[in-house]
Design a protein around this ligand. Structure first.
Ligand code: UD1
Length: 420
């Protein structure tokens, strides 16, 4: 298990290029199950979750013909196995994205339940209810979801909670269902809109993506997917905060400024300068920063996937900030580690009250989940002295070359390879 070692206190400067969006790539990869033939994806990030999904798709009978330099060429013709086993699903919740496509294509699915998760219960009940509404017979047995449906049929379904992968799962299933499906209270995240657009390019008939209501007219078959994944908005936001927390001046290239507008506004409110280009952003700090409040919400609200990183930033702001997490019930795993670095944070239910301190000090740290780990890296970049972050496999799930990118911006960071 590798460790990342950071000697903090270095101002970051220069340019960093953003990789493709992990959370856009994963549903598109699952959607390849709906197709027969050679799919061609560009701009795919080199992160562990992508490799896990590819392993799962190969396990289902597909064939990866190429996977390098951000390109995946994948032949989905021979997909014939309907089981997503525990050892693959347990390492990545997004594996459950194969449930809808397997039911739609093969009429059967056996997908392991992902189980508990560090950031909350994260059940799949809404995915399951939606598929049942479409005629699937589903039961849970020995930790697996078993689903069967000769052919799914169109239905009207309302999501009690806005769910990103839930929306994606039903969207994919409905694309090959018999008749019309209407999904209400759906996720409006850019990754969901992209999935719908790419399915349409392959022959699906989807309208309403980006609004609360999506309508899908089922079709008989879909052509292979040919697309380029757009840049990762969470990685973008993480580097914006990296510049802010190190009192830096960093230009972030190959990004979509509109997708991180809620963060941009909050950074400006805190006193940072954020310059927007067409496909770039520059975050400049003059060293002054005041505490401000945020509340996480589904898109276009403040992304829960940037909450931990923003909290790291607020530990060094002047005054108090109140951080309300409304999407997940237990997403403050980073707090105890930040406190070990000298942060002043109090938790009350889903609210964190952060009182800014003058400085953080480096410490041995433990990564607990993907975004929490990113917040520890950010805090360590700003802290006085050395931090050693262990369990960095969490970071590798979603950040492409994080230590090289930060190193090029001037951070004193390196990875310590530990052989098991
Ligand atoms: C996705 C993202 C993740 C992000 C999250 C919220 C991917 C691969 N992952 O995760 O990075 O943090 O959106 O933006 O895109 N819920 C239920 N029942 C369900 C499904 C969800 O109650 O059947 C609840 C969850 O417990 C949570 C809320 O809905 O409280 C939102 O979760 P959801 O949008 O489903 O998160 P994911 O799609 O798993």
């Amino acid at each position: 298990m590798d460790k990342i070692v950071i000697e903090g206190g270095k101002r970051l400067e220069g340019e960093v290029e953003i990789s493709g969006a992990k959370n856009a790539a994963l549903p598109i990869m699952a959607a390849m199950i709906l197709t027969t033939g050679q799919n061609n994806l560009g701009g795919v990030p080199q992160v562990r979750d992508v490799t896990t999904m590819l392993n799962l798709l190969n396990d289902l009978g597909g064939c990866t013909e190429e996977f390098n330099a951000g390109r995946i060429i994948f032949d989905s013709t021979d997909i014939n196995n309907f089981e997503a086993p525990y050892d693959l699903v347990s390492t990545m919740r997004a594996s459950s994205l194969v449930l809808g496509p397997l039911l739609a294509r093969l009429g059967r699915a056996k997908v392991s339940l992902p189980g508990g998760c560090a950031i909350g219960a994260r059940p799949l009940d809404l995915h399951i209810k939606g598929l049942e509404c479409m005629g699937a017979k589903i039961h849970l047995e020995k930790g697996y979801i078993y689903g069967e449906a000769k052919r799914l049929r169109g239905a009207r379904y309302y999501f009690d909670t806005v769910t990103v992968t839930g929306t994606a799962n039903l969207l994919m299933a409905a694309s090959l269902a018999d008749g019309k499906t209407v999904l209400e209270n759906v996720a409006k995240e850019p990754e969901v809109v992209f999935l719908a657009d790419m399915l349409n390019q392959s022959g699906a008939k989807i309208t309403g993506q980006g609004t609360d209501l999506i309508i899908i007219e089922g079709v008989q078959s879909l052509k292979p997917i040919n697309c380029h994944i757009f840049p990762d908005r969470i990685e973008t936001g993480t580097y914006m905060i990296a510049s802010a927390i190190t009192k830096g001046n960093v230009k972030i290239t190959n990004c979509i400024p509109k997708q991180v507008e809620s963060l941009t506004l909050k950074l400006r409110q805190a006193g940072l300068i954020v310059e927007e280009g067409e496909k770039s952003l520059r975050v400049i700090s003059d060293g002054q920063m005041n505490g401000i409040n945020i509340k996480t919400q589904p898109h276009p609200g403040f992304a829960t996937d940037l909450q931990a990183q923003f909290m790291a930033l607020m530990t060094l702001a002047q005054g108090k900030s109140i951080i309300l997490e409304t999407v997940f019930e237990n997403r403050f795993m980073h707090v105890s580690e930040l406190k070990r670095m000298g942060a002043d944070i109090t938790i009350q239910g889903r609210t964190a009250i952060v009182s800014g301190v003058k400085e953080l000090s480096g410490a041995p740290l433990m990564a607990t989940d993907l975004r929490a780990s990113a917040s520890l890296v950010l805090a360590a970049l700003a802290a006085k002295g050395e931090s050693v972050i262990s369990r960095v496999y969490h970071i590798d799930r979603g950040y492409s070359n994080i230590e090289q990118k930060l190193y090029r911006l001037g951070a004193r960071i390196h990875r310590k390879k530990i052989r098991n």
